[in-house]
Ligand binder design. Sequence first.
Ligand code: SF4
Length: 369
Amino acid sequence: MEKRALGTTGLQVSALGFGGFHLVEIPTADAARLLGGYLDSGGSYIETAAGYGDGKSESKIGAAVSHRRTEYVLATKSTERTRAGFLLSLEGSLRNLKTDHVDLMFMHSVQTEAEADAILGPGGALEGAEEARKAGKLRFVAISGHGRPDGLLHAVKLHRFDALMTVFNYFDRFNFPTVENDLLPLCRQRGTGLIAMKAFGDGYLYKSPVPAFRYALSMPVATVVAGINSDAMLKADLEMLSRFKPMTDTEKEEVYRTAPELGDYVCRLCGKCRTDEFDPQSVFLLEAVFDRQMDDMRVRDSADYALRERLKQWFLQKDVAMKEYAALQPKVEPARDYSRLSKLCPHGIDVDRKLKIAHEKLSADGYIA
Ligand code: SF4
């Protein structure tokens, strides 16, 4: 399996990472078979978190492959923000994983600048991580987060982490553009290894696995972590990797133009509908933070509805979006006709309708979230 360098850590990891979240959904024997099969295929990056099933994912990994510990880079995560909490969490993870050290330990799900400050400040989790590193219980300190990367950007500006994991897919790139525009170049400049998660948009891109996987793997990331909980899934991921060719810029543009998940609703941020007095992108970027532009208020089948309902607030930044919209000037005037702007959109987006939907979501004028 293709191996890539993880920043400046000196670690080489397989381009397909094994995400352990979904191991909580299957029996231990199945988890052992999948993890063993992954390692047998040359996979070398296994990742989990203390919080996945309250330690169950870690325990299954420990039971299944701790006897092969030298064959893989092992990563886990903690949501603890204090030194003491972090150290306690790490001890629990080591017990569950049946090992004396992890290779990477993530400060997990860092969403806000305040969380980053807590981790990096006096008595924060970073102190615990450095202490654990000196004691040989972890090798590298990493950070992870989803959604708009306010907390991640703040953290990496203040501290050079060894690795960073966040969302890379062709859908969320239009929801959280600062990931590719700001966070990615900053990490590369600082030698922080990049790890991709949610290449399939938490399942939202399930009908387009090949372009979704190719897109994520074509980013300058060391590994794409995929949640694996069945033989079919492992086989499909391995096959896609074996046929992988980096996406060209032209191919990417084609995906942005034609992907059904973007369709005629997700704003591609091209700026063509901007006028001197109003920029619809400022509203759509907040709609993205609110619900990833997932609810387009069109009636579809129940499976599609259920998927969107489950995923649209996955990143828990709805309140941030509403607060920022309250301060935004100018905002959408619901009685105004913006249809002139719709004619300017090369992606067929009904800008007038979308602005009014976004306004309804962001101003809580009767929108049921
Ligand atoms: S023209 Fe369309 S894609 Fe471009 S910024 Fe406006 S709504 Fe978004």
